[in-house]
Design a binder for this molecule. Structure first.
Ligand SMILES: Cc1cc2nc3c(=O)[nH]c(=O)nc-3n(C[C@H](O)[C@H](O)[C@H](O)COP(=O)(O)OP(=O)(O)OC[C@H]3O[C@@H](n4cnc5c(N)ncnc54)[C@H](O)[C@@H]3O)c2cc1C
Length: 643
C-alpha cells in the first residue's frame, strides 16, 4: 500500500479524550470502520471478522453488521489506534488491494464490473470518473467545439465540470432564477433527500461536511453553492433564460438555439454540441379535478409553495401521497389546525435510520480524521443500495408455486405489512386503507417521514379514493362527503412523460424526438443519444432509472461517456457524431425484451409514473448494474456515424 500524506497534529486526536473517541467509534458504521482500520493497520484479526446480515422491520435493506463481540474488538482497536501518538500516515490502497478490501467488506466474491464501479465510488482517486483526451487538440479546434447545456441542476453542473476539465468551452442555460434544478424548485416543508447525503453527492466531492444524514433542501443548496465556487461555474451560467427551440444546421454542423429571458428578450445561441440536462421532474403536474378553478381558498402546487401564507391554525388539505405529499404531511400537521390527506391509493413506505438526524460531532470528527472512514462509509451505502435490483426480477417458478413476484419481494411485502400493523395496532379499517394491493417497488418507495404516526394524530384525517369535485369552499370526495379548507396543497407530482419539453428540437432532415417517440413514448440509445439528432445528448434520459447505484454515480458515468463521445469525434477530425438508427433500434428491442422479466409490466395496475400513457415502462431501466456499466463504460464508436 502506498503512503500518500502525513497526518498532522490538527488531524489527530489533539483535544479529544478517550471518552469522546469511544462515543465516536460506537456511533460509526462498524463494518466501514473495520475496513478503514484494516486498510490503515493491516491487522489480520480485523480481516478475519465475519460479516453478518440483519433485516430491519420496515426496510428493504439488509444491513451488514458484526457480532457484538466482534464489534467490541473493532471499537477497542479503533480507540487504541486513534489514541496512538504516532499514528501512521493515511494509506491509500491500490486498485487491486481495493478489490480485495471490497470483497472483505461484504464477505462475498464480486464480478469485475462491480469491482470497477466500486473502485470509482470509493473515490480514493481525486476525480474517479474523469473523461480524458487521448491527444488534446489545438485551441482553434477547441474554439469550434462549444457546448450548450440546458439546465443547471446536478446534471447540468456536472456536465460543465467535466467539460471544463477537458478545456471545452460551455454555457449553461437555466430558466429558473437560481441553480439546483429540483432543489431550487422544491422548498416545501420538510423537503429533504430520501437517500443518504453521503450517497447523494458527487464522488469527486465526497469530503463535504454534511450536517445531516439526509440533507435538507437548504443543505443541498449549500452543497451546490460550494460546487459552484470550487469549480468556478458561475461565469458559465445564464439564469432566467429558457431554451425554446433547437435546430440542427447540417451545412455548418451546428445547433442553433432560440432562448428567451424572463423579461421576454430573445437570443440566438450557436454551438456544436447540445446537452439537455433538463430533468425528469421539472414540469409540475396539476390534477385534473372538476371545478378546481372554483375553489376560492388558498391553493398551490408543492413546487410553488407560498411561504408568505401562514397556515398555522388553518384547515389544510394535501392532495397526493407520493414522495412529496408523504414527506411534507408531518410538518404541516404539527402547525395546522387540521390536516386532511387525500390518497388515491396507498403506497409502500420504507423506514430508514437517522432520517431527520443531525450528524453528531463525534461521528463528524471521525469522518474528518479517521483515514479511509468516509470512503468505506460511502461504499457501504452503495452496497446497501445495490440490493434493490433483486426485488424487481419476476421469478416464474416462484409464481407457479403461488408467489407474487419473487421470494425476496414477497418477503419484503410481509415485512412492510408487519411494520404497518405495529403502527396502527388493531385498527383494521385503517390497516386496510394503508396496505397497497400492488407489490413493493412496482412504484417508487416512499420514505416514512413519520407518515403513519402523522395519520394517527387527532388533527389528521386520511381520505382514500378519488376526489369527485371541488366547490368554492372545499373538496367533495367520491362518497359525497364535502370538507371545507383554508388551504389546499397539490402534491400531484410531475409530468415525467414530457422528456425535453418544452424545447422544440429539429434535427437532421427534420428529425425530431416527437416523431421518433410517437409510437410508444420516449426512448434513446443507452438513455443518451437519438438518431437524426447529431451532437445531442440527454442526461438522465428515457429509461435511465437504474435500479442500483446512486443518481450521482450514474450521472458521472453518463458524462464520462458523452464527453468521450465528444473528444473521440473531435480527435478523429469530424464535426459531428450521430447514433446509427439500427443501433438505437436494436438497443431498444433488447431493452423491451429484458423489461418482460421485470416487475413493472407484471404490476401495471400499480399505476404511477413508471408506466407511460402507451402502457410501457418509460422511466426505469431493466439492466442490472453490471450489465449497464459494461454497455456504457466507454462509447463504442462503431455505433456512431461521424461526419
Ligand atoms: C421533490 C423531489 C425530491 C427528490 N428526491 C430525490 C432523492 O431523494 N434521491 C434521488 O436520487 N432523486 C431525487 N429526486 C430526483 C431528482 O430530480 C434528481 O435526484 C436530481 O436532482 C435531478 O437533477 P437534474 O439536474 O438531472 O434535473 P433537475 O434538477 O430537474 O434540473 C433540470 C433543470 O433544467 C431546467 N430546464 C428545463 N428545461 C429548460 C429549458 N427549456 N430551458 C432552460 N432550463 C431548462 C430546469 O429549470 C431545471 O433547473 C427528487 C425529485 C424531486 C422532484
Amino acid at each position: 500500500m502506498e503512503e500518500t500524506a502525513t497526518i498532522t497534529a490538527a488531524g489527530g486526536s489533539v483535544g479529544v479524550d478517550e471518552a469522546f473517541l469511544r462515543r465516536a467509534v460506537e456511533l460509526a458504521e462498524v463494518n466501514a470502520l473495520r475496513l478503514a482500520l484494516y486498510q490503515q493497520t493491516g491487522d489480520a484479526e480485523l480481516a478475519a471478522i465475519p460479516v453478518l446480515r440483519h433485516t430491519r422491520e420496515g426496510s428493504p435493506f439488509e444491513a451488514l453488521v458484526l457480532a457484538p463481540e466482534d464489534q467490541r474488538i473493532v471499537w477497542d482497536k479503533a480507540v487504541a489506534y486513534l489514541m496512538g501518538a504516532g499514528r501512521a500516515a493515511p494509506v491509500t490502497p491500490t486498485r487491486a488491494e481495493a478489490a480485495e478490501l471490497m470483497q472483505l467488506f461484504s464477505g462475498e466474491p464480486m464480478g469485475q464490473a462491480h469491482i470497477d464501479y466500486g473502485w470509482e465510488d470509493l473515490a480514493f482517486e481525486g476525480f474517479p470518473r474523469a473523461a480524458e483526451w487521448d491527444v488534446k487538440p489545438p485551441q482553434p479546434v477547441l474554439d469550434q467545439s462549444r457546448v450548450t447545456i440546458i439546465g443547471a441542476g446536478f446534471s447540468g453542473l456536472l456536465a460543465g465540470i467535466q467539460l471544463a476539465r477537458l478545456g471545452i468551452e460551455f454555457r449553461i442555460i437555466e430558466r429558473q432564477a437560481g441553480v439546483g434544478g429540483t432543489w431550487f424548485l422544491n422548498d416545501y416543508p420538510e423537503a429533504r433527500v430520501d437517500i443518504p447525503s453521503f450517497l447523494y453527492q458527487f464522488k469527486f466531492e465526497k469530503d463535504y461536511p454534511w450536517r445531516s444524514y439526509y440533507a435538507t433542501q437548504a443543505e443541498l443548496r449549500d452543497y451546490l453553492e460550494h460546487i459552484l465556487d470550487k469549480y468556478d461555474l458561475r461565469r458559465h451560467i445564464q439564469l432566467e433564460t429558457g431554451v425554446d427551440t433547437a435546430r440542427w444546421d447540417e451545412a455548418r454542423k451546428l445547433w442553433v438555439l432560440e432562448t428567451r429571458t424572463a423579461d421576454g428578450r430573445k437570443e440566438t445561441i450557436e454551438s456544436r454540441f447540445v446537452v439537455s440536462a433538463s430533468g425528469l421532474f421539472s414540469t409540475p403536474q396539476l390534477p385534473d379535478i372538476e371545478g378546481i378553478e372554483r375553489f376560492a381558498g388558498k391553493m398551490f402546487h408543492t413546487t410553488a409553495w407560498d411561504h408568505a401564507y401562514d397556515y398555522a391554525g388553518k384547515r389544510v388539505a394535501v392532495i397526493g401521497t407520493g414522495s412529496t405529499g408523504s414527506q411534507l404531511a408531518r410538518g404541516v400537521a404539527e402547525k395546522a389546525a387540521s390536516l386532511t390527506i387525500y390518497q388515491r391509493s396507498p403506497k409502500w413506505l420504507s423506514r430508514v435510520a437517522n432520517y431527520r438526524h443531525a450528524i453528531p460531532a463525534e461521528e463528524r470528527w471521525l469522518f474528518d480524521t479517521m483515514p479511509g472512514y468516509v470512503n468505506w462509509y460511502c461504499y457501504g451505502l452503495h452496497v446497501a443500495a445495490m440490493q434493490m435490483d433483486a426485488f424487481h426480477d419476476v421469478d416464474r417458478e416462484w409464481q407457479a408455486k403461488g408467489g407474487v413476484i419473487n421470494e425476496k419481494n414477497d418477503t419484503l411485502r410481509a415485512n412492510f405489512q408487519r411494520y404497518i400493523r405495529r403502527k396502527v395496532g388493531d385498527d383494521d379499517d385503517l390497516y386496510a386503507q394503508l396496505v397497497p394491493t400492488c407489490a413493493p417497488l412496482s412504484r417508487r418507495l416512499v420514505i416514512d417521514n413519520d407518515w403513519y404516526d402523522t395519520v394517527l394524530r387527532d388533527n389528521v384525517e386520511l381520505v382514500s379514493g378519488k376526489i369527485d369535485h371541488f366547490t368554492e369552499t372545499g373538496v367533495v370526495s367520491e362518497d359525497g362527503t364535502e370538507r371545507a379548507f383554508d388551504l389546499v396543497v397539490l402534491a400531484a407530482g410531475f409530468d415525467v412523460e414530457r422528456y425535453l419539453w418544452p424545447v422544440d428540437y429539429v434535427g437532421r432532415g427534420g428529425a425530431s424526438p416527437g416523431k421518433l417517440w410517437e409510437q410508444d413514448g420516449a426512448r434513446a440509445h443507452l438513455t443518451l443519444t437519438l438518431p437524426g439528432l447529431p451532437n445531442f445528448v440527454i442526461m438522465y434520459g428515457p429509461n435511465a432509472g437504474i435500479l442500483s447505484g446512486s443518481f450521482h454515480s450514474w450521472i458521472e458515468i453518463y458524462t464520462r461517456y458523452f464527453c468521450k463521445l465528444i473528444t473521440n469525434t473531435i480527435e478523429s477530425g469530424a464535426a459531428a457524431f450521430e447514433v446509427r438508427p439500427e443501433v438505437y433500434r436494436d438497443y431498444n428491442e433488447k431493452l423491451d425484451r429484458k423489461m418482460t422479466q421485470k416487475i413493472w409490466l407484471e404490476q401495471m395496475e400499480a399505476g404511477g409514473y413508471y408506466i407511460n400513457s402507451h402502457g410501457r415502462p418509460g422511466v426505469s431501466m431493466p439492466w442490472s448494474l453490471a450489465e449497464f456499466y459494461e454497455m456504457i463504460r466507454t462509447p463504442d464508436m462503431s455505433e456512431y456515424t461521424l461526419s
